[in-house]
Design a protein around this ligand. Structure first.
Ligand code: NAD
Ligand code: DAU
Length: 353
């Protein structure tokens, strides 16, 4: 069986779905269930008994130790993190705690567990760390895309804390021989994405008739990857990745923020037309920029293509179409995440912009 931290979040939850589309191997999800974790995302697999949910903090070493001893996983897949850049600007402390101290705690307990394994079990064990392209910093329009040898230059408390966690993982392989793998992926989108991030926020604000808040001049570029393509990349790296290596994951889908937003608006015009022929684009509002806003991200995926043979299945067009339709159809999940705490965050981040 495998242990997944953060498996009730956006990518971890999609990973659980993806895993059971290709395997019967059971999964234990270790998740603190912060505002971003939602058991509803994986409810079908919890109900079937193939997945088990343990509510715990990765910083709680005793809890982590207990779960490793009880379930004896053949791999730990580490998704758990505080993941939203804007929240890291308003309150960096939680990011340092979970992303750095939490990863350290998890590494220590995993090292102790792995050290006590023997023979084939020890040789087959893997610790896969899920990270981000944001650790590389910001590109100009003409810079080459991020490769695995691009120097780290994180610019936000979030990306700095992820960079710190990547360095710890690297050190645990180099120093202790822990069999690690690291993936650095670009921006994901798709079902179960918490609506504080650009794409789900724009879909839901558009449907609610609210402003669509584009930061700065809207010309920042992100390299979008459909979440299930990322999940498949993780499965393949787990299976075929070289120990101690890092793999950049991206879909060669660089899009300017304003073009992401207008694409969503046009999809909604077609799928859920507004009364009187009004267009969703009329709700677009330029607002104050994010402090330290990275201009452009782009991934050079040649290493994972060459060594692992992974390639994305979705284009941005096909992925965004599925995503918009998913948000139109899954009102129960959407209602379950738009709590009072969500409304407080919207005030904190947008009221003074
Ligand atoms: P998310 O915020 O949607 O989910 C994070 C999950 O981790 C939640 O279920 C939350 O409850 C859990 N969690 C948070 N703190 C915890 C703690 N201390 N102990 C246990 N569980 C805790 O995040 P996501 O977008 O699914 O990202 C998952 C991982 O992928 C993160 O490591 C992130 O840095 C990385 N990543 C994200 C993207 C992206 O575009 N979203 C891209 C590349 C990499
Ligand atoms: O690159 C990978 C990263 O992608 C992950 O590591 C992060 O966990 C994930 O949150 C994401 O970070 P971004 O900051 O790129 O994603 P976000 O959805 O917050 O913003 C995408 C772009 O849209 C960014 O340029 C900021 C802009 N934006 C965002 C919001 C929420 C707006 O213009 N308006 C908004 O309201």
């Amino acid at each position: 069986m495998i242990l997944i931290t953060g498996g009730a979040g956006f990518i971890g939850g999609n990973f659980v779905h993806h895993w059971f589309s290709r395997s019967d191997e059971p999964v234990v999800v270790l998740d603190k269930l912060t505002y971003a974790g939602n058991p509803l995302t994986i409810a079908a697999h919890l109900k079937s008994g193939r997945a088990t949910l343990a509510k715990a903090d990765i910083c709680d070493r005793e809890a982590v130790r207990g779960l490793l001893q009880q379930h004896r996983p053949r791999a730990v897949l580490h998704f758990a993190a505080e993941s939203h850049v804007d929240r890291s600007i308003h309150g960096p402390g939680e990011f340092i705690q979970t992303n750095m101290v939490g990863t350290f705690s998890l590494l220590e307990e995993t090292r102790a567990y792995w050290s006590a394994l023997a023979g084939d079990e020890k040789a087959a064990f893997r610790f896969l760390h899920v990270s981000t392209d944001e650790v590389y910093g910001s590109l100009s329009e003409t810079d080459p895309a991020f490769s695995e040898t691009t120097p780290y230059a994180p610019n936000s408390p979030y990306s700095a804390s992820k960079a710190g966690s990547d360095h710890l993982v690297r050190a645990y392989h180099h120093t202790y021989g822990l069999p690690t793998l690291t993936t650095n992926c670009s921006n994901n989108y798709g079902p179960y994405h918490f609506p504080e991030k650009l794409i789900p926020l724009m879909i839901l604000n558009a449907l609610d008739g609210k402003p669509l808040p584009v930061y700065g001049d809207g010309q920042n570029i992100r390299d979008w990857l459909y979440v299930r393509d990322h999940c498949e990349a993780i499965c393949q790296v787990l299976q075929k990745g070289r120990l101690g290596e890092t793999y950049n994951v991206g879909g060669k889908n660089e899009v300017k923020n304003i073009d992401v937003v207008t694409t969503i608006c046009r999809k909604l015009d077609a799928l859920r037309p507004k009364a009187g022929g009004a267009r969703y684009e009329e709700q677009i509002t330029y607002v104050a920029d994010r402090p330290g806003h990275d201009r452009r991200y782009a991934i050079d995926p040649r290493k994972i293509e060459r060594e692992i043979g992974w390639r994305p299945a979705e284009t941005f067009d096909s992925g965004i179409d599925q995503t918009v339709r998913w948000y139109l159809e899954n009102t129960e999940w959407i209602d379950s995440v738009r709590t009072g705490a969500y409304r407080d965050w919207m005030d904190t981040n947008y009221a003074a912009r």
